[in-house]
Design a protein around this ligand. Structure first.
Ligand SMILES: [Zn+2]
Length: 396
């Protein structure tokens, strides 16, 4: 803990204490936990950071006592950074009606934010419970992922487990990002342009911003340029296809492909394209987009008509059968899922497979050609990405 009460009931911040009283003076004073009123002592840090610790730990406070050095450092650094721009920030405020204690709480432009810096995994249930508690009381949860939990795979790749994906959020334009902070480097890390390849591997950008260059309004609603790494994407899509075959447990997708005499390495290039809201689905875009092609175009005659509503209904059936999984904690609405379908159908019109003849009504113009060999598959892919890049439609 960084906060305690003194004998007269005043709140004391450990940072102020050190400055005011020097390293020795405060040892004789009595301090109490603001939550359980138990006695706490000052642990002066030489190597570790100074903090208050319980003499006898009560169950109420056990959770907070476990805070690591890393957590305390981050909290302290963020506190000082917020304070410069927003003097009303408070540390470790206990909200009795919620029985919750955010790391920081501050009001900015009429909204009260409860900042939770999370550098140890918690379950989705706990995350939801705490978030809902804040929202119910008119407070805005602000979850920050501890940078020690970022699993960077390559320069532009990340592995997101269930826990890390809880931190996904959108800016005002709808673009996805994850806010993070590293106390060791003393830097903000914003993970942007998240394009999922599989359920947990994503292409992304890492933006390192020192506190001196980071401003509160921009941090609360970051704006960033869209990027997409075509050659890396193509390589990784291949890798995902390899994995689908290599790790095939009883796998519905593979079974369905084989039944239709298709091979996972010989799929058309428009199964597995980056779309802005691919993140709404946990299933790889290679798999769900191929299901859309199979359900709506495979074996259909050219000239046949399909509507966005029907494509959506078929997607929902796949979801109900568990062939396609949704990222439930993102709570995608019907209209968001419809927008994802619309985005995909738009892409198919750009490839001249479909033509939109009326709003949301499409005619099947040119058949989806399945490549016959690996060579042909990579040639199709080459052409496809060249065309899409020239048209600057998906990723610019
Ligand atoms: Zn306590």
């Amino acid at each position: 803990m960084l906060i305690a009460k003194n004998q007269t009931g005043e709140t004391v911040y450990i940072g102020d204490l050190k400055q005011k009283e020097g390293l020795c003076g405060c040892k004789d004073d009595q301090y109490y936990c603001p939550l359980c009123n138990g006695k706490v002592i000052v642990k002066l840090g030489v190597q570790r950071m100074s903090h208050f610790a319980h003499v006898q730990l009560s169950p109420t406070c056990a959770e907070y006592e476990r805070e690591t050095e890393y957590h305390l450092q981050a909290k302290k650094q963020l506190y000082h950074w917020v304070k410069k721009q927003c003097p009303n920030v408070e540390l470790e405020v206990f909200l009795p009606e919620l029985k919750q204690r955010p790391d920081l709480m501050f009001t900015f432009k009429g909204r009260t934010y409860c900042l939770e810096y999370q550098c140890s995994p918690i379950s989705e249930e706990v995350f939801e419970k705490r978030s809902n508690g804040y929202v119910r009381n008119g407070l805005s949860p602000l979850w920050i992922l501890g940078a020690n939990r970022i699993q960077r795979k390559q320069t532009n790749q990340i592995t997101l487990s269930k826990f890390q994906s809880l931190f996904l959020k959108r800016n005002h334009t709808g673009a996805w990002y994850i806010p993070s902070y590293c106390p060791s480097l003393n830097t903000f890390i914003t993970i942007t342009n998240l394009n999922p390849l599989s359920s947990n591997t994503m292409q992304c950008d890492y933006n390192f911003i020192p506190p001196s260059k980071q401003h509160l309004p921009h941090w609360l609603n970051p704006i960033f340029q869209n990027t997409f790494y075509v050659s890396n994407w193509r390589k990784e899509v291949q890798q995902v296809k390899n994995n689908i075959i290599r790790f095939h447990k009883p796998n519905h997708f593979l079974q369905e492909l084989y039944m239709k005499q298709l091979h996972p390495h010989l799929l058309p290039p428009y199964a597995g394209v980056p779309l802005r809201d691919n993140l709404l689905l946990e299933t790889s875009p290679i798999i769900w987009q191929m299901y859309v092609l199979l359900d709506n175009l495979f074996m259909s005659k050219e000239g046949s008509i399909l509507t966005k509503d029907n494509v959506y209904k078929r997607l929902i059936i796949r979801i109900k059968r568990n062939h396609i999984k949704v990222r439930r904690h993102l709570k995608p609405s019907d209209s968001q899922m419809m927008a994802l379908i619309k985005e995909y159908l738009f892409l198919l019109t750009k490839c001249q497979i479909l033509k939109e003849i009326r709003p949301n009504v499409y005619r099947y113009e040119n058949s989806v050609v399945m490549p016959c060999s690996m060579n042909e598959a990579s040639k199709f892919e080459e052409q496809f990405y060249k065309q899409m890049t020239n048209e600057q439609i998906v990723w610019y």
